[in-house]
Ligand binder design. Sequence first.
Ligand code: SAH
Ligand code: SF4
Length: 373
Amino acid sequence: MSDQRLPRAEPPRAPLTNVFIDHSREALRARFAAEGISPHWAEQVFSWIYRRGVYDLSAMEDLPQDLRERLAGSWSFRTLETKEVQRSVDGTRKLLLSCWDGEVVEAVLIPEARRTTLCVSTQVGCALACSFCATGALGFTRNLSAGEIVDQVLCAGESLEPGETLTNVVFMGMGEPLLNLPAVHEAIRVMTDQRGLALAPRRITVSTSGVIPKIRPLLEIGSINLAVSLHATTDEVRDHLVPLNKRYSLQALMSALRAEERLSRKRPVFFEYTLIEGVNDSLEDARRLPELLKGIPSKLNLIPMNPHSASDYRPPTTEVCDAFAAEVHAAGVRVMLRKNRGRDISAACGQLARRSGAAQPGASLARSGAASR
Ligand code: SAH
Ligand code: SF4
């Protein structure tokens, strides 16, 4: 569907080079050292950015004047501009953030009783074309840079309301994080650095549709959470819903997860299962699921399909969803049936499909059902 891409609303700005927030602290120290600048000053710039929220070299008083002038000529701070914040009646907010080239990235802020979660995007569009996902229907445009991922957190921080604190980040927006791993890793380094955004690794969750060879490299970053999008209990159905399954089958995926060393430390894997009427919602599926998950400490999230204009799939009835959840629960699986959130602003799992700088086609069509993450 990328041929339906609409013209950009704004002319592209110049591409960004030398962006501070593209770098972890270690990488910034190395860049400064390579340019003959003491790494000490990298530490100072880093703390001005993340501790004090200052994005202006002239305000960084403890940096030597000549260094400030030198950096000002070739380095920049931010990568995204907040274009719009759409608000759901339930408090969920969708941030529309524009990039230097006119692409628009979506991030979703989800306030809950005891936490506030930000769902970040990692790519513009997605190449994996899952048949139920609005992002997949867009096709792939490009990877986001580490700075564009970090900046989603900075922009969200600027749109927090009094009393709100960002507590969790989930990589469940547009794109497949494991196909943009270097940028995802660098962004996680900034997020978890005590002198960066200072989020505990266990408050970060990365979701994958099952890119097996990248799972272990992903987890080498530390004790973040892994979420795996399952959606089916047979290869036949999964091939259809998640075409990547033709390359990495269900059995191969589950074996790879079973082999993960971290499982010996009993860190659960979060499995996501989008319930689609008449496709994967039968009681036979519910009975096969516990078999599939055997040997993997897991938590299962059931997400009723969020409808959108690029797909004919529909969510099952509440009764069918409840019966499915009860069946897997009875087999001893820790299961959560996700509630609808943000149904009025298309901010739910799989509904993010903003095209470049222009209005969304079909945005006025009824789109209901937004699951909280
Ligand atoms: N690409 C990654 C992460 C982004 S998608 C992945 O696929 O895991 C985040 C979650 O939303 C995934 O579990 C995805 O399968 C699910 N999802 C996609 N489209 C959906 C839809 N229309 N309704 C409900 N969940 C959907
Ligand atoms: Fe890509 Fe995930 Fe959507 Fe599949 S569900 S198309 S992997 S964003």
